[in-house]
Write a protein that binds this ligand. Structure first.
Ligand code: ZN
Length: 145
């Protein structure tokens, strides 16, 4: 499978027997599956989302949004729990207005799960940790179908 490096955006090919290992970027040597949340912008969003064979869970947020602030640590925690199941990213809707417009983000936080560039599922509003992870897991199952 292919995945984009969270640090330099290089596309890395991962052999099937190495899918559950942290991995290392061929270009910049950063850890590929570090369980972190990647910040995406208008400039790198399309490449990161479409060049990944792993689903990408994206949190659309804004600095002035209270529920977004509450969601941030919960989302980070979910990312740390499933480093090999999906990539986790966030988009600041105040800065990345192109991407936010393209996907019609009207309320925040909004979560969208993408697989190979296509939207698989979407959730508007914040959820407590357990429900959020449950929602992400069922969205990831849809991506496998
Ligand atoms: Zn890299």
């Amino acid at each position: 499978m292919h995945t984009t490096c969270p640090s330099c955006a290089a596309i890395n090919r991962i052999p099937d027997d190495k899918r559950n290992q942290p991995g290392q970027c061929g270009r910049c040597k950063s850890v590929l599956f570090n369980g972190d949340v990647v910040d995406l912008t208008d400039a790198d969003f399309a490449r990161f989302v479409s060049k990944n064979d792993l689903p990408v869970v994206v949190d659309f947020w804004a600095s002035w949004c209270g529920p977004c602030q509450m969601m941030a640590p919960i989302f980070k925690d979910a990312a740390a729990h499933m480093p090999f199941d999906a990539r986790f990213a966030k988009v600041n809707t105040e800065h990345a207005q192109g991407v936010s417009g393209q996907y019609g983000i009207r309320s925040i936080p909004t979560l969208i799960v993408f697989h190979q560039g296509k939207e698989i599922d979407r959730l508007a509003g914040a959820l407590p940790a357990a429900q959020l992870q449950q929602w992400i897991r069922q969205a990831l199952l849809k991506a496998k179908q």
